[in-house]
Design a protein around this ligand. Structure first.
Ligand code: PLP
Length: 431
């Protein structure tokens, strides 16, 4: 099967992390997110081990928490000694409430308000990733007001085009994120930063995109970033302590996409960076990486109940489910591929070509088109794999659909990490 934590029992039921998905659906109801806590921890350790082994001293991973931001995740990250990225005061607040040590947190985002900046500093965030010159002034002013020196990384647009999906392509010169190296603006901003009294320039950050499978992209990015480090060393005598290469390591959503060896990829990037630093004659800075998707995506699945099928002869067949774009908008947004199983019929012949459609009043509310399943009937359980990243965190209440719960499979079995929303929850803010 596509992942090691999936198997099939003698009754033809799909097991996830050793648990019968039909039993989980019965116990916790559908739609349901299920996450494999052990696998999340394994992923963190895989990154930490490889980065410690193959990258310059002090290199380590940060979990990009926008992929899945709930209290329990920040507790796991704390236990695993991971750093975390937050992109909003809401994520930051969730991390604070989970008891995450804020000195290991990095505050991202290309559009921070004064209030966001104050909030993050009051909670003693370790680092700001500063996106632009206006933001730099605002961070400096707030740091002065609070009487502190704030550590920052400057976000650079390294001019790398990873040719991934347009909406997750973030490192080109014309990106909305960061300051461009090739226009000379980044160099000017470094000068401006170094003149600020209440800011410490710790290093540089970039993030070129998501769902990247080619390590050459990370090497090209490292070339542009480390060349910039060397230039700033020459121009201003400033030594960067860290260079953050961002996240983006790909995750296979279907069998055809193949597997990706994260440790092997990091080893290749490490060898490249060592040679590059020698060539540039700079001391190798610590390297940070910010995996989000590759930490949690394949640790999650979604279970739905089938509400029925609709066959339109000569056209297509629909399978209705009790969820959809409200818990997983990724097909609607990006036509993302997913692997879907009829979880109780794993040993039956898959011969029913169909489109899985959600419950919203939107024709675009689809989870997947033209897949083949053992013919589903009302009450069957469908499992959609690889939904641990950018599903719960992108979920909405459109059509007043309550969000599903998140059940984690932990050391001692399944437990509820986030309970199911109730209709009352939907009215909490209504006056
Ligand atoms: C989204 C994002 C990440 C994580 O990307 P993944 O593809 O989930 O690994 C990391 N860093 C930044 C700045 C991001 O915006």
């Amino acid at each position: 099967m596509i992942y090691e934590n999936l198997s099939v029992n003698l009754d033809g039921h799909l097991l996830f992390a050793g648990y019968d998905t039909l039993e989980l659906a019965k116990e916790f109801g559908t739609a349901l997110f299920v996450m494999d806590e052990n696998r999340i921890r394994q992923r963190c350790r895989e990154y930490q081990k490889a980065m410690a082994a193959y990258l310059p001293a002090g290199s380590h991973p940060l979990y990009a928490s926008k992929a899945m931001s709930i209290k329990r995740i920040y507790q796991i990250m704390k236990e695993e000694n991971m750093g975390v990225d937050v992109v909003s005061p809401g994520e930051l607040y969730t991390a604070v409430k989970a008891g995450f040590p804020m000195e290991n947190a990095y505050f991202h985002g290309s559009s921070k308000t004064d209030e966001d900046i104050r909030f993050a500093m009051e909670h003693k965030i370790g680092f700001f990733i500063c996106d632009n010159a206006d933001e730099l002034d605002a961070i400096d002013a707030e740091a002065a007001r609070q009487g502190i020196c704030q550590k920052i990384l400057l976000r650079l647009a390294p001019g790398i085009d990873p040719h991934t999906h347009e909406k997750i392509n973030t490192g080109r010169v014309d990106s909305k994120f960061g300051v461009a190296i090739e226009t000379g603006q980044a160099t000017k901003l470094v000068g401006k930063t170094l003149a600020k009294k209440n800011i410490i320039l710790w290093g540089y950050h970039c993030h070129v995109g998501s769902q990247l499978f080619d390590e050459a992209l990370f090497c090209d990015t490292a070339t542009n970033m480390l060349t910039f480090v060397a230039d700033m060393q020459k121009q201003y005598g400033h030594t960067a302590k860290v260079v953050n290469l961002g996240g983006g390591m790909g995750v296979p959503y279907t069998e055809e996409q193949g597997k990706i060896d994260y440790a092997g990829t990091i080893q290749k990037i490490g060898a490249y960076i060592t040679a590059l630093c020698q060539q540039l004659q700079i001391a190798p800075p610590a390297i940070l990486m910010e995996p989000g998707r590759s930490i949690v995506a394949d640790s999650g699945i979604t279970l739905y109940s089938v509400t029925g099928t609709k066959e339109i002869p000569g056209f297509k067949n629909f399978v209705g489910i009790d969820g959809g774009m409200t818990d997983n908008p990724r097909y609607t947004l990006y036509q993302s591929p997913y692997t879907v199983y009829n979880a109780g019929k794993m040993n039956e012949c898959a011969d029913f070509v169909c489109t899985v459609a959600g419950r919203c009043c939107e024709s675009g509310d689809l989870i997947q088109e033209n897949i083949t399943l053992p013919r589903p009937v009302r009450g069957d359980i469908l499992a959609v794999l690889t939904t641990g990243a950018y599903n719960y965190s992108m979920a909405s209440n459109y059509n007043r659909v309550p969000r599903p719960p998140v059940v984690m499979i932990g050391q001692n079995g399944p437990y509820i990490a986030v309970r199911r929303e109730t209709y009352e929850d939907l009215l909490l803010c209504d006056q």
